[in-house]
Design a protein around this ligand. Structure first.
Ligand SMILES: *Cc1c(COP(=O)(O)O)cnc(C)c1O
Length: 350
């Protein structure tokens, strides 16, 4: 099979196609080696480690990611969190007050927020009862203005991965760009779609350092796509969107992958333990399978249990108003001690 004819120019907004990017002073020098004098950017010349503008192309950080993920640097774009990456995708492809996207609730709230912000219609196609995409309904929802389809896998808040066969049908036949949000991929048994990126010119994969990598505070989102898509996003991103502190901290963390892997393994152990402990809690009705670092549980009365937990100093996410999530709470896997406390309190609630 082959992806339906893909033509990036037919999907891009006209103003984006014709725009000329801002050229930053530092862009003109690929390597800052030797004893160059930099009096081009109106910086303060006194060295303190942060007096210079950061590398607008984040070469060292991308190089490290490229080695770890086995994806060429030319197919990587970094954002100030995945949120910025997603916003750039909207701005590149979606004409305000005209174009549409498709999202599959219950899912990550930012897709809808960004659609709103960009004046783009968010067409919602609910997941099936088993939390899998309704492929037929998705294709029924497509029209000539449909530009993006968001697949969050593993999905937040349902914690499951979408079936690869369904995702492939969607990628192969969707007439626009398919964005797979892999924020939780490091906790999953499923393989990342990165291994198949080269097959699909209409595919964008986003990942983040906010979850498994333990760096939500530095805001680093990663976008992988074809060179053509990355070139467009590069052209429209703010020149210095990834600050120096973030670049250095990210590199330091990527140089300690052993630690990341050890923490992920510990979280997965705790996830399994929590799942079996939750089965013993009398007001927990369903514990959904998880491919992420959180568990979705259906309880007898989510609002009541949410309030009770707050009174004991435990904050969980109440998802009861979301479609298919009536009376559901989302519990992030904490440390062993935090999970012990959660279990202890769940068992004394009346
Ligand atoms: C947490 C999360 C992210 C991460 O967003 P950042 O802006 O990178 O912190 C992205 N997608 C989903 C579905 C998430 O749950």
């Amino acid at each position: 099979m082959k992806v339906k004819e893909f033509n990036i120019a037919s999907l891009l907004r006209d103003n984006i196609k014709s725009m000329k990017p801002y050229s930053s002073a530092r862009d003109e020098f690929k390597e800052t080696t030797g004893d160059m004098v930099f009096i081009d950017a109106n910086e303060n010349p006194f060295e303190n480690g942060l007096n210079r503008y950061p590398d607008p192309q984040q070469r060292e950080l991308k190089q490290r990611l490229s080695e770890i993920k086995n994806i060429p640097v030319s197919q990587i774009l970094l954002g100030n969190g995945s949120d910025e990456v997603l916003d750039l995708i909207f701005r590149a492809f979606c004409e305000p007050n005209q174009d549409e996207i498709i999202t599959l609730p219950p899912t990550y709230g930012m897709y809808g927020v960004l659609a709103n912000l960009n004046a783009v219609k968010n067409v919602e196609v609910e997941l099936e009862a088993n939390f899998q995409p309704n492929v037929k309904a998705i294709f029924n929802a497509v029209n000539s203005q449909t530009k993006l389809l968001f697949l969050c896998s593993p999905n937040n808040p349902t914690a499951n991965s979408f079936e690869a066969g369904l995702m492939e049908q969607l990628i192969m036949n969707f007439p626009g760009i398919v964005v797979i949000d892999e924020a939780y991929i490091d906790f999953s048994n499923e393989e990342s779609w990165l291994s198949r990126l080269q097959e699909f010119p209409n595919l964008i994969i986003t990942q983040t350092l906010s979850k498994a990598y333990g760096l939500a505070g530095i805001r680093l989102g990663i976008c992988y796509a074809s060179e053509a898509i990355i070139a467009v996003l590069n052209k429209i991103k703010p020149p210095y969107n990834i600050n120096q502190l973030t670049q250095s901290q990210a590199i330091a963390r990527l140089n300690r992958m052993d630690k990341v892997e050890q923490e992920v393994a510990e979280i997965l152990n705790e996830r399994e333990r929590l799942q079996s402990e939750l089965q013993k809690v009398n007001f927990v009705n369903t514990i959904y399978d998880s491919d992420a670092n959180f568990i979705l549980v259906k309880v007898d009365d989510a609002n009541k249990r949410y309030g009770q937990l707050i009174n004991f100093g435990i904050v969980v996410r109440n998802r009861t108003t979301q479609p298919l999530c009536h009376n559901c709470l989302r519990l992030t896997i904490g440390t062993k001690e935090e999970n012990d406390k959660l279990i202890e309190i769940l068992n004394i609630l009346k």
